[in-house]
Design a protein around this ligand. Structure first.
Ligand code: SF4
Length: 376
């Protein structure tokens, strides 16, 4: 096994074993705080000397969570709550819960009732996130989060601590953007499942450790010959493109993911936190600068324009829209985005993914057909 294979296996192992990661950090005497899904202010957790730990659900069957959530709530929240009730997140000091969609608005209360031993820190972002008033509102909410984190950490979080954390996080964002660029420049070097593991592992690792591993991988990818890739090249878009069956199908059918507009993947790394005198204000401004996400207010549908640009720039043959089942924001975005892709002459297909489903025969058929449409 060469060094690149070793690294890719290590990313996969971490991505598949979050509980082991949590236990490792706890054994080192570190506290960890859960960051549910989107745009939690991880830098504040890191500035307090704690580990931000991503909560994005998992492929499992929700049973206990159904006592609290109706069946039409997305499987990301169903399985996240299920794992919380089953004790998979025991050891977290608290969990930050954003309220960026209607389903998330009810998650705070459901979590408090069903997982009472892990306290909730609500995270509110301004709907009008780009205006000065919106930035001020988001910053005011982050200050409340900071106060809660200080209680948990048992120490004050200074502006200098936050600036250091922002600098470490921006450095990791930069190396992840180099990784993204190499995936586009050398399609086929990594399988879709391997590419996914590099992103997913970032949710469960100390940012410095993750950045170090990605830097090493990027150096190896730079050295590796590009080779001639003969399969279909796609850009993915959606909340998550993480289901093991979907990744296996993409691997088996010889697809290469040359770029993405996936909230769980590249959207976490595209926009740096601006350096501002007040570092919390910079963090609030960053949320205003993120494009391409269905849960952030986007009246001009810049997401569609960005997707068209990504597909053209990366040389993709088509776009795969991965719809998380029962996700309203994604369903609302689909029609305008598909129209924009059609107008630009970019082939696109949508597949619906549910983390509770073990069978994905329809996805296989759709992606076999799409490969044929793309001429492979
Ligand atoms: S945005 Fe969609 S996938 Fe995310 S929590 Fe809300 S409904 Fe679920």
């Amino acid at each position: 096994m060469n060094r690149m294979e070793e690294l890719l296996r290590a990313f996969r192992n971490i991505a598949d074993n979050p509980k082991a990661q949590l236990e490792k950090y706890r054994a080192e005497g570190k506290k960890a705080v859960g960051c549910m899904l989107y745009f939690c202010p991880e830098e504040l957790v890191y500035a307090a000397g704690m580990i931000p730990f991503g909560l994005w659900g998992a492929r499992t069957q929700a049973v206990e969570a159904k006592r609290y959530l109706p069946a039409f709530i997305c499987s990301v929240l169903q399985t996240t709550l299920e794992l919380g009730i089953r004790g998979a997140y025991d050891g977290l000091e608290a969990v930050m819960i954003p309220i960026l969609c209607d389903s998330l608005k009810g998650m705070d209360g459901n979590w408090r009732y069903s997982v009472p031993h892990i306290p909730v820190i609500p995270v509110a972002h301004a709907q009008n996130r780009k205006t000065e008033a919106g930035v001020a509102f988001t910053a005011s909410q982050y200050r409340k989060v900071k106060a809660r984190l200080e209680e948990i950490a048992g120490r004050a979080i200074t502006d200098a601590d936050i600036r250091d954390a922002v600098s470490v996080y921006n450095a990791r964002r930069a190396v992840m953007r180099r990784f993204l660029e190499l995936c586009a420049r050398k399609p086929g070097l990594l399988k879709p499942s391997e590419r996914n593991a590099v992103f997913k592992s970032s949710c469960f690792m100390d940012v410095r450790e993750h950045a170090g591993m990605v830097s090493e991988l990027v150096a190896l990818m730079e050295e590796a010959p590009a080779g001639e890739f003969k399969g279909p090249k796609i850009v993915t878009s959606g909340i998550m493109a993480d289901h093991p069956n979907l990744l296996q199908i993409l691997d088996d059918l010889g697809y290469a993911v040359v770029d993405d507009e996936v909230t769980h993947e590249s959207l976490r790394f595209r926009a740096d936190v601006p350096e501002t005198e007040d570092p919390i204000e910079g963090m609030a401004r960053q949320v205003g600068n993120i494009e391409g996400c269905s849960v952030l207010f986007d009246p001009e549908k810049n997401r569609g324009k960005m997707l068209v640009d990504l597909a053209k720039k990366s040389g993709a043959d088509g776009v795969l829209l991965v719809l998380t089942k029962f996700c309203d924001p994604e369903e609302y975005d689909y029609v305008p985005i598909k129209r924009m892709l059609d107008a630009a002459g970019i082939p696109a297909i949508q597949v619906e993914i549910d983390q509770q489903t073990a069978e994905n025969a329809q996805t296989l058929t759709a992606l076999e057909t799409f490969r044929g449409i793309l001429g492979y």
